[in-house]
Design a protein around this ligand. Structure first.
Ligand SMILES: Cc1ncc(COP(=O)(O)O)c(C=O)c1O
Length: 390
């Protein structure tokens, strides 16, 4: 049998900080390693597996489409793509046109280009602590020096204002601004939800000054925060919506949804070989249908409230703050989280960091209350200073 660890280590690019676990199987909110050990998944593939692992409807749709037609460029029409366009537009009223790609960073990259095309302006205003991806345009909108600095000079025209600071936004948006690009809950940056007033001000400013409002819901989309899209908590009408991660039940896909103020898109201006392929479209259709049938946005709201309330009651002097929206929860500690995440993993709960001091919980929305209770018990043990986590 292949030695998974030695073989991957030999050939890896070196770009990933790896855990000493080989995950080989999943079901719902559970994962198993190559030795058959079971884990509760609170990372969901970095927010991809909202529907849980091995969802039967998604698996069936992929299998059927794989035997029908996998590839078909957008220069030709396709039945699955047409159905997906309808489904996505119905989820986000006012955003009637769709550009399909293959990842989150591509969804953002497209939005940046479309904003420049639509407005004839070049400047993009983003937020400190924001994360939008790692290709050069999306990276230019990303805040963290660690990701940016090795690749400078980046794309010109990007500026960053403090998140939730309306006054700074007012000063930054002017006649040269093509777009304001924001997450509704900053994910990688530490799980910081937006103030409603800040988002409303961003929208009003964009409208008044001729800029486009681009909302990046790569991480917050598809039920994660308790509504289909997080912007729907705040009664916003974005000009563009960037989607990816859980959009296709785990298959790679990105989407940029476009409102009426997005213009000047003509053949050849942008595109993607894999974008809109029928396999990903079929998976996405099945995933969206399952999300709706199982009422998963509502479940995320209820389970998130359940988890948040109990986390806030955790008796630990290590705890600084618990915050989040739906099943996107950040537990900020007074110290670095790496050893605590390691302890959780030893106790068979897999979670994520968000920066150095925040434990991020992004479980599949299908996680059971019994599994949530187990996660809470593990966190209680690990964050107890007399326990092994100290
Ligand atoms: C808000 C946000 N935007 C964009 C991205 C980039 O997505 P991808 O890794 O699919 O390129 C991420 C990834 O974590 C994200 O959280």
């Amino acid at each position: 049998m292949i030695d998974i660890f030695a073989t991957e280590s030999e050939h890896t690019s070196g770009l990933y900080a790896k855990h000493d676990i080989a995950l080989v199987k999943g079901q719902g909110a559970l994962l198993w390693d190559e030795q058959g050990r079971e884990y509760i998944d609170c990372m969901a593939g970095h927010g991809v597996a909202n529907l849980g692992h091995a969802h039967p409807k998604v698996a069936q749709a992929i299998a059927e489409q794989a035997q029908t037609l996998i590839t078909c460029p957008e220069t030709y029409y396709n039945d699955r793509r047409a159905a997906l366009f309808t489904a996505l537009s119905a989820l986000a009223p006012g955003l009637d046109r769709v550009y399909l790609s293959n990842s989150g960073t591509e969804a953002v990259e497209a939005a940046i280009k479309f904003a420049r095309l639509s407005t004839g302006r070049t400047q993009i205003v983003a937020a400190m602590r924001g994360f939008h991806g790692r290709t050069m345009g999306a990276l230019s909108a990303t805040w963290n020096k660690k990701y940016r600095q090795p690749f400078e000079p980046l794309v010109p025209g990007f500026s960053h204002i403090p998140y939730n600071n309306t006054q700074a936004l007012e000063q930054a948006v002017d006649g040269g601004t093509a777009a304001v690009l924001l997450e509704v809950v900053q994910g990688e940056g530490g799980v910081y939800p937006a103030d409603p007033g800040f988002l409303q001000a961003a929208q009003a400013l964009c409208q008044a000054r001729g800029a486009l409002l681009v909302i990046d819901e790569v991480q917050t989309g598809f039920g994660r925060t308790g509504k289909m899209f997080a912007y729907q908590h705040f009664d916003l009408a974005p000009d563009m919506l960037c989607l990816a991660k859980s959009i296709a039940g785990g298959l790679p896909m990105g989407a940029t949804l476009l409102g009426p103020r997005v213009s000047n898109l003509s053949p050849g201006m942008h595109g993607s070989t894999f974008g809109g392929n029928p396999l990903a479209c079929a998976a996405s259709l099945a995933a969206i249908q399952a999300l709706q049938e199982e009422n998963l946005p509502q479940q995320a709201a209820e389970k998130g409230a359940y988890l948040m309330e109990r986390l806030k009651r955790l008796d630990s002097p290590l705890l600084r703050e618990v915050r989040g929206l739906g099943l996107m929860i950040g537990i900020e500690l007074k110290q670095k989280v790496a050893p605590y995440l390691q302890e959780m993993e030893t106790r068979r709960v897999i979670a994520l960091p968000a920066g150095m001091t925040v434990i991020r919980l992004l479980p599949p929305l299908v996680i059971s209350y019994a599994q949530l209770d187990r996660v809470l018990a593990v966190l209680g043990e690990v964050l107890n200073p007399d326990g092994a986590g100290s």
